[in-house]
Design a binder for this molecule. Sequence first.
Ligand code: SAM
Ligand code: SF4
Length: 509
Amino acid sequence: MSKTFDISIDALRDATENALPEVSVGARHAVPSARITTPAAGDGRLGGRSFSSDVAVASHGGALAPEGRLPNKSFYIETFGCQMNVHDSEKVAGVLLGRGYRAAENPAQADLLLYNTCSIREKAAQKVFSRLGDHKLSAKNNGKVIGVLGCVAQQEGEEIFERAPWVSLVCGSASYRKLPDLVDQIETGGRRVMGLDLDTDETFETEITRRDNPFRAYLTIIEGCDYSCAYCVVPHTRGPERSRASGAVLSEVRRLADSGYTEIQLLGQTVNSYRDPSSRGMNFAALLRGVAAVPGIRRVRFTTSHPNDFHREIVEAIDEIPALCDHVHLPVQSGSPRVLKAMRRTYTREEYLEKISLLRSARRPISVTTDLIVGFPGETDRDFEETVTLLDEVCYDGVFSFKYSPRPNTPAMTMPDAIPEEEKGRRLAILQDRQRQIQIERNETLVGETFEVLVDGRHASRGQWSGRTTSNRILNFTSSSESILGEYVQVRVTRAGPNSLVGEHVESS
Ligand code: SAM
Ligand code: SF4
């Protein structure tokens, strides 16, 4: 099995530090190395052109155009938001590479500059407009084409052309399958080109995907969302739920394994709501088993799970199959039954805790992380206190906590009793302090234990290697080995912090 671990460690840290939701603001599609995977990996042929299925990309955004097309134009994508956005950008990059574009090293050098945006909270959306402002002059003077993709594109639509008339392309994620046509229109001088359909039952399938993380391959199995949480823009920006056929998912996993990937992360806003549209009719647990059974795959992760669709079958699969990682991200959002109802989360606190009991009843320890929102409209001190007691009751291994951010077109936007920003900040600080203590206590119990780690980085200045355990903990460790990047090694934990562990490589003699 071939491997192409020709990478810059710092770029890698960016990619791997950000392995949980809402993380990689500014993940860029010009990291020094990446891999191209294509559906034609076996025979290297695609649409009459040949590709390598496992290409280490030159470290300066080198020419990646397929044979027969001149790489005379370059692109650069800046990605904001969650892993789904990161992976969407990998696929968009694949579409462009397939059309003969090459990857530019930085925005200044690109002919086509794309922002793949996030609008989950107001700050993320604002950041995009500030970035667009930075490139106004080069769009006007140097003919640089600027495009806005993703959630802000879907949400703001044509309005973007009014606010930033130098933007030429606006495309929401539900319209990515039309990207080749939209790019054609741009290439023939089109201005104000738009793709904003939401009423689709199709998923975004690409002939080529440019993967930026050489160790963990993202793979979206379900797009959109059919829930309607009162605070959330996703159903408006990503459209209705649609799953990929299991056959297509499993073939892609086989190709990834053939090209050297051992870790797969299945993605979806509600990944466990997966329903196979093909006649195989696999549910999520069956798909997990199928992915884990692909030869060469050693780790399978998935995010994000919705508590409503989280069933015993998933825990049983994790229990039985070592390749299924012992980590579940199960967002609760609030510990208050009243707030959960107002949020339209479709479960009560008690029902959520039953899912946690399922996880705790597994034969092997499964680490559990969550998302929480503080300061939802009408959240009282008592409601907030119930969220804090939930932390104590569940003892999460990690929490992503956010101040509620009012979003356009959501029911919560017009709810009474908004919580002042200052009070939201106070509650967030209390929550984060408490959770920090819990993580310190939990991580300290791991000192002295030995874990298998997939090595994904090196801190040269600290003389440390870095990797993740199957429970998704970051473990920084010393080793006398010279080259263990991409390897699975045993590491003994010697120290614990709230967010990571420190250890030493247990080297086989
Ligand atoms: N589908 C996932 C679920 O059901 O939990 C969540 C996906 S969302 C992209 C990621 C997280 O952003 C949510 O879990 C929530 O905590 C947070 N979030 C979403 N809308 C928000 C808002 N308006 N204000 C603050 N945080 C928000
Ligand atoms: Fe948003 Fe709720 Fe759908 Fe998650 S389940 S993406 S929070 S609407």
